[in-house]
Design a protein around this ligand. Structure first.
Ligand SMILES: Nc1ncnc2c1ncn2[C@@H]1O[C@H](COP(=O)(O)OP(=O)(O)O)[C@@H](O)[C@H]1O
Ligand SMILES: [Mg+2]
Length: 214
């Protein structure tokens, strides 16, 4: 099944970032987007994940154009089906890490997976306030929060940016396993070419175009 389809996307801020961008994501598929800093990767991911509206073109999620979805449908879809993991993670700072996961548990009605906490190596710190955690620990909690939702598509923007190489590798393995097991899709933005090549397809944003390089 087609999870995401982007058609002829263009976007301009101070200057034209990209035009005629086309992309398809199917169930179980993982796609990486690479490109120089400032090329518009994060902007493109924001558009694909419904956070920003493109200047031109269209985005369909689960075979429906998002511009024709009701607000209610769009927010339900965001809550249940889309997993956003961005550089600035959106944890509630006044809460403990565990309370943050409980919010995801309640909203999605999926139980917190203890194995996941173990694999992300956050079991020992889970009762601490978010503000007491290191950047890397906060990043792993936000990954646990997103996977607890069991989204159908993961959008990840440099999700392992705060982690050392070994931990980053382990965390990425979790994402790949998740996509295989749940038949979910992932769009990963990264500057790390080795990491990108662990995805089934690789696209490069360069000279305002998105080209498939793998
Ligand atoms: N909300 C915004 N308003 C104005 N300019 C923006 C905005 N977001 C990004 N930009 C600009 O768009 C360009 C591309 O940014 P970005 O998509 O973050 O690139 P990348 O993720 O590839 O580094 C940058 O020059 C950035 O300053
Ligand atoms: Mg970026």
């Amino acid at each position: 099944m087609n999870l995401l389809s982007a058609n002829n996307l263009s976007h301009t801020f101070e200057y034209k970032l990209f035009s005629d961008v086309n992309l398809e994501l199917n169930t179980g598929e993982t796609i990486a987007i690479i490109g120089m800093s400032g090329s518009g990767k994060s902007t493109l991911l924001h558009i694909l994940s419904t956070l920003l509206i493109q200047d031109e073109g269209s985005v369909s999620l689960f075979e429906e154009d998002i511009s024709s979805m009701s607000k209610k449908k769009l927010s339900e879809m965001k809550r249940h089906d889309l997993g956003l993991i961005f550089q600035s993670h959106y944890l509630f700072n006044g809460f403990s890490a565990y309370e943050n996961l409980e919010v995801a548990e309640i909203l999605s009605q999926n139980e917190i997976d203890e194995i996941l906490l173990d694999r992300l190596n956050i079991k020992e710190v889970i009762k601490n306030k978010v503000t007491k955690l290191s950047g890397g620990q906060q990043q792993r909690v936000s990954i646990a929060r997103v996977l607890t939702k069991q989204p159908r598509i993961i959008f990840a923007d440099e999700p392992t940016g705060n982690l050392d190489t070994t931990t980053a590798g382990e965390v990425m393995e979790l994402f790949f396993e998740y996509c295989r097991d749940k038949n979910a899709g992932m769009i990963l933005v990264t500057h790390d070419e080795n990491l990108a090549h662990r995805c089934q397809k690789v696209y490069k944003l360069e000279d305002r175009k998105l080209q498939q390089v793998k």
